[in-house]
Structure formats: structure tokens, C-alpha cells
Design a protein. Structure first.
Length: 242
């Protein structure tokens, strides 16, 4: 197909009378990383939840050119859209490999699941080393790898990541975001919500800045990284993580 694999057109989300997201439009091509940066409360997570169908929204959410207006979360996952939530939502008492296998529930059982496991282990060798270990005993960085690996088990065409660096030490943030950058080569389209603007802009192809629910700036990530408004608001005190 030509054009973006995933697009939002004038998407708005309201909590009662409070409009948390206002007419946001963005698009992502296959094999690219698009990041949404902004302060806490800007509406970034709300936007992802709307895109996944977790929250009701107005406007259009398009996957491969067709509207997802009537599709459930489960149908969007089956289409090839995955969300790694901020809280990671792992099954702490289950082994790493069982957590990963749960990510493939929309795919036929058997050989395809085994192939997907090997692909995830190739991306995250540490998960293979820990495959029989309970997820709850992993380090913070390993838990984030597991959450990402579980999402990749579904073979998504669109992968949405909500604050993958949250709560991690700077050295681990660097590792996680380098892994996100490496996923570009698999052809998946990545929508990255990240408060660490400096690190996000380094790995992204295109970026959107959200403030109080609306997009106020957008453009190539390298251009925004040198924009005085972005530097003053988001990069001046950000940790260098890449």
C-alpha cells in the first residue's frame, strides 16, 4: 500500500466536559518511528488509548486506509495494532516465556508461535536467558523488554509505546530506546510517547509536540530537536539518554 499505515484525523477525547485531546492529526509510515512529546498532562497517553480503542473518541482513526470506528480493541489487535502500556501489565507470577506466548493469542498455534518466540529472543537475548524466570523477578529494564517482546509476538504492523523509559535508570533508558530504534528495521510502524524528549527525538523520524491536549508543533525529529521553542521547553533539563 502507499501512504501511512496508521493515521489519526482530527481525533478528540473528552472526560465529561473536559476535552483532554483536541483535534489531533498524525500519521505513521511502515518502518518509521513517530514520537509524541510533551509535559505530563498534555494528553499523550489519552491519545494512545483512543487510538487503541480503550477510550471513545471523535474523528477518524485509520489503519491501512480504512476506518477503525466500529472495531473493538481485540479486533484492532488482530488487525496488527499493539499497545505497550505505561504500566507494562505483565503476569508477575508467570515465567517470561509464558508471558510472551500470551502475546501470540491472536495467531495460529504451533510453528508460527515458535518462530515468533525465536524472533523476539533474537531481539532481546536477555529474555531467552530468563525465559523460565517469573516475570515479577525481572529488573525494570527487563520488564520493559518483556512488555515489548510480548507485543511483538502478535506480529504487529503498528506498535504504540507509552513511556518505555519511565522509572528506568539513564543507562537502561539508553538500552531500551536503542532497542526501539532497532525495531525500525523489522518494518513495524512505531508510535512512541515519551517524556524524555531528548532521547525520543534522537531515534524518531518525525515528531509531534502536544500541549494541553493539542498539537502545537510537528516536523522532522531532527528539525524539532534544533527548534529554540522545543529546546527551551523540553530539552533544557532533559537527561541525555542516547
Amino acid at each position: 500500500m502507499t501512504g501511512p499505515v496508521f493515521a489519526l484525523r482530527d481525533v478528540s477525547v473528552a472526560y465529561g466536559k473536559i476535552e483532554a485531546v483536541r483535534k489531533v492529526s498524525l500519521e505513521i509510515a511502515a518502518g518509521s518511528i513517530v514520537t509524541v512529546i510533551g509535559a505530563n498532562g498534555a494528553g499523550k497517553t489519552t491519545l494512545l488509548n483512543a487510538a487503541m480503542g480503550i477510550l471513545p473518541a471523535t474523528g477518524e482513526i485509520l489503519f491501512e486506509g480504512r476506518s477503525l470506528r466500529t472495531e473493538s480493541i481485540e479486533e484492532r489487535v488482530a488487525d496488527g495494532i499493539s499497545l505497550v502500556a505505561e504500566k507494562r501489565e505483565l503476569f508477575a507470577t508467570m515465567p517470561v516465556e509464558d508471558n510472551l506466548r500470551l502475546g501470540a493469542y491472536t495467531r495460529p498455534r504451533g510453528e508460527r508461535t515458535r518462530d515468533a518466540l525465536e524472533e523476539v529472543y533474537a531481539l532481546f537475548p536477555r529474555l531467552k536467558e530468563r525465559r523460565r524466570q517469573a516475570a515479577g523477578t525481572l529488573s525494570g529494564g527487563e520488564r520493559q523488554m518483556l512488555a515489548m517482546g510480548r507485543a511483538l509476538m502478535a506480529k504487529p504492523k503498528v506498535l504504540m509505546l507509552d513511556e518505555p523509559s519511565l522509572g528506568l535508570a539513564p543507562r537502561i533508558v539508553k538500552e531500551i530506546l536503542h532497542l526501539v530504534a532497532d525495531l525500525r528495521a523489522t518494518g513495524v510502524a512505531i508510535l512512541l510517547v515519551e517524556q524524555n524528549a531528548r532521547a525520543a527525538l534522537r531515534i524518531a523520524d518525525y515528531a509531534y509536540v502536544m500541549e494541553t491536549g493539542a498539537v502545537t508543533l510537528h516536523g522532522p525529529a531532527a528539525t524539532l530537536a534544533n527548534d529554540p521553542r522545543v529546546i527551551e521547553s523540553y530539552l533544557g533539563f532533559a537527561e541525555c539518554a542516547a
